[in-house]
Design a protein around this ligand. Structure first.
Ligand code: ITT
Length: 196
C-alpha cells in the first residue's frame, strides 16, 4: 500500500522507513507537505491533524494514496508528565538541541535518582485510501541522564537511559533502538492492526 509520511523530522523518517521496509506499507514522502500548527491537547489529536492535513494536500494534487503521521514526545516524572505533547517546543521552539538537552538535564539533577524516570511515547495515525483512520501507540520507560551519552539517534536520545541494557538510545545502533523504542512498538502495533 503506497503511503505518504507526514513529517518534517528527518530522524523519524529514517527510523520509520527502516521499520516498515519489507512490510505491506510502501513508504513515500511528499515534498510539498506543509505541516499544520500542532495543538497542545493530545498526541492522538496531533497525529490525526498531521495525517489529515497531508491527505488533504495530496488530494488537491490528485494523489489518493494512504497517509501516515507520527506524534511523539517525552514525559518526565520530575515534570509531572511534561513536556509531553509540547516536547518539540520544550525550552523554546528555536532553542538549539544542545541547550534544550541541557535544560532537561538540569530539571533532574536536583531530584533523587528514583525521580528521574521518563517515558517516550509515540502515536501513529494511518488513513487508508478509502478514509479509514487507524491509530496506534507505543511507549517505553527509562531515565533522564545528568550528562550526554552517545551521539546516535536524534532529539532526546542522548539523555534517555534504558536500564535493561544500561545504555542511552544515543549509545545504540538504530536497529537496536527500533527493537526497543516507543516508535518501534507503535510501528509493530500498526502492522498488526493492518493485518487484522
Ligand atoms: P513532525 O514533523 O513529525 O511533527 P516534530 O519534530 O515536530 O516532527 P513531534 O511534534 O512529534 O515531532 O515532537 C516530538 C518531539 O520529541 C521532537 O522534538 C522529537 O525530536 C522528540 N522525539 C520524538 N521521538 C524521539 C525519539 O525517538 N528520540 C528522541 N527524541 C524524540
Amino acid at each position: 500500500m503506497k503511503t505518504y509520511l507526514a513529517t518534517k523530522n528527518a530522524g523519524k523518517l529514517g527510523e520509520i522507513r527502516n521499520m516498515l521496509a519489507g512490510s505491506p506499507i510502501d513508504l513515500h514522502t511528499y515534498d510539498g507537505y506543509i505541516d499544520p500548527v500542532e495543538g497542545d491537547d493530545s498526541y492522538v489529536a496531533n497525529a490525526l491533524l498531521k495525517a489529515r492535513a497531508l491527505r488533504e494536500q495530496l488530494q488537491l494534487a490528485g494523489i489518493h494514496d494512504a497517509v501516515l503521521a507520527d506524534d511523539s514526545g517525552i514525559e518526565l516524572d520530575a515534570l509531572d508528565g511534561g513536556p509531553g505533547v509540547l516536547s518539540a517546543r520544550y525550552a523554546g521552539e528555536t532553542t538549539p538541541w544542545p541547550q534544550r538537552l541541557e535544560t532537561m538535564m538540569s530539571e533532574v539533577r536536583h531530584v533523587p535518582e528514583d525521580r528521574r524516570g521518563a517515558r517516550f511515547i509515540c502515536v501513529m495515525a494511518l488513513i487508508t485510501p478509502d478514509g479509514r483512520e487507524i491509530v496506534v501507540e507505543g511507549d517505553v520507560r527509562g531515565q533522564i541522564t545528568t550528562e550526554l551519552r552517545g551521539t546516535n539517534g536524534f532529539g532526546y536520545d542522548p539523555i534517555f537511559y534504558y536500564p535493561p541494557i544500561g545504555k542511552t538510545f544515543g549509545e545504540i545502533p538504530e536497529a537496536e533502538k527500533n527493537e526497543l523504542s516507543h516508535r518501534g512498538r507503535a510501528a509493530r502495533a500498526l502492522l498488526e492492526a493492518l493485518a487484522a
